[in-house]
Design a protein around this ligand. Structure first.
Ligand SMILES: C[S@@+](CC[C@H](N)C(=O)[O-])C[C@H]1O[C@@H](n2cnc3c(N)ncnc32)[C@H](O)[C@@H]1O
Length: 209
């Protein structure tokens, strides 16, 4: 189990057991009470990561979960209430059109969602827009091997399983740089498919925003 042995998993059992993620972005987001004001989770699903983030930045900090699916938001709200997490807000909306103002968050996290977007560049540009200059990105995602074969790319089952839509590492780096991110690190965590790996992607938004 992805969250086993990590703090918070034991106190958020429903959210963690419903996770559809491919990593634990909060484990690498370097969240501390007081330091971070606002964390945004792109595609928060049942809420595991946004609830862990909310607990990590309390007291004083807050976390926002963004998801397009009302049913997932309702489930995350139930999980937040059951876990007694009250410094969290769950917003309906799209990664491609984040309903937050420019420079309004300190950290963006996401777990196995960006690869699902039709245009990942738009998502990364939106993440950069809502981050404050110098803000950071810590994402778990699927990264495709270079030269994924056309049959896998075309396979919609693989798409919904987060494989066929994934960027290669080179494409991820290029899309992050185009969006204004610097200090990019992409570290493979495990192989999830013959043609793809799960990875942790970390970056910092340039001071120019
Ligand atoms: C694979 S699940 C991952 C959920 C969660 N991050 C986790 O680790 O369990 C994908 C989630 O992202 C949401 N989602 C997918 N594409 C989205 C988009 N373009 N905008 C907003 N939410 C999206 C879905 O509704 C779903 O809850």
């Amino acid at each position: 189990m992805l969250y086993e042995g990590l703090v918070d998993g034991d106190v958020l059992p429903d959210a963690v057991s419903a996770s559809l993620g491919c990593g634990v972005p909060t484990a690498v987001a370097d969240l501390h009470p007081g330091e971070v004001v606002l964390v945004l989770d792109l595609g928060s699903g049942a809420g595991a990561d946004v609830l862990i983030a909310a607990r990590r930045v309390a007291p004083g900090g807050r976390a926002i979960g963004l998801d397009m699916t009302p049913e997932m938001l309702a489930l995350a709200r139930r999980n937040a209430a059951e876990a007694g997490v009250d410094n969290v807000e769950l917003l309906e909306g799209y990664l491609e059109d984040i309903p937050l103002s420019d420079g309004s968050v300190d950290v963006v996290i996401s777990n196995c969602v960006i690869n699902l977007a039709a245009d990942k560049s738009v998502v990364l540009q939106e993440a950069a827009r809502v981050l404050r200059p110098g803000g950071r990105l810590a994402v778990s995602d699927v990264v495709a091997d270079p030269g994924m074969d056309p049959r896998t790319r075309a396979d919609m089952v693989a798409w919904t399983g987060c494989i066929a839509g994934a960027l290669t590492e080179a494409d991820y780096r290029s899309a992050l740089a185009d969006a204004g991110f610097e200090d990019v690190g992409i570290v493979e965590t495990r192989r999830v498919h013959t043609h793809a790996v799960a990875a942790v992607i970390r970056a910092r938004l340039g001071q120019a925003g």
